[in-house]
Design a protein. Structure first.
Length: 141
């Protein structure tokens, strides 16, 4: 058994737990759940997303994504519209209020300086970001 020290998958899981706790704190500051915060962050990078694609990106079932979307909609952070190409599908998009919140969240996340990230120099951070971006892009093809 290689243990966590040499197991990339377990190391990544351990880092994700560290970041999850930080994101839980930030989400709480904005009275959001972590999944609501993550949903807003995903929407900030897109014009609009079909609900089923959002569900796949978040890796949760339709009833969970409906609850997340309903709460964000009730707070006027997002809109839900019919997909013009398929009326059965709902498209999710940020409102101006949602965009403003995303900007605040983005600034708050950028201001974070967790000790575990500060052990990396700027080149290592850039490499790590590129590697993670590659993994994420591959996972969502």
């Amino acid at each position: 058994m290689s243990g966590i020290k040499n197991n990339l998958y377990l190391q990544l899981f351990q880092v994700s737990l560290l970041t999850k706790h930080d994101l839980m704190d930030i989400a709480g500051e904005f009275e959001l759940s972590v999944m609501q915060l993550y949903t807003l962050c995903l929407l900030a990078n897109n014009n609009s997303i079909p609900m089923n694609s959002l569900s796949a990106r978040i890796n949760c079932d339709a009833s969970n994504i409906t609850g997340i979307v309903d709460r964000l909609f009730n707070h006027k952070f997002i809109t839900r519209e019919e997909n013009p190409d398929d009326r059965r599908e709902k498209m999710i998009k940020l409102t101006k209020r949602g965009e403003n919140l995303c900007n605040k969240i983005d600034k708050r996340i950028d201001a974070m300086k967790p000790a575990y990230f500060e052990t990396l120099n700027s080149q290592e951070k850039k490499q790590f970001s590129l590697i993670l971006s590659k993994l994420i892009a591959t996972a969502h093809k």
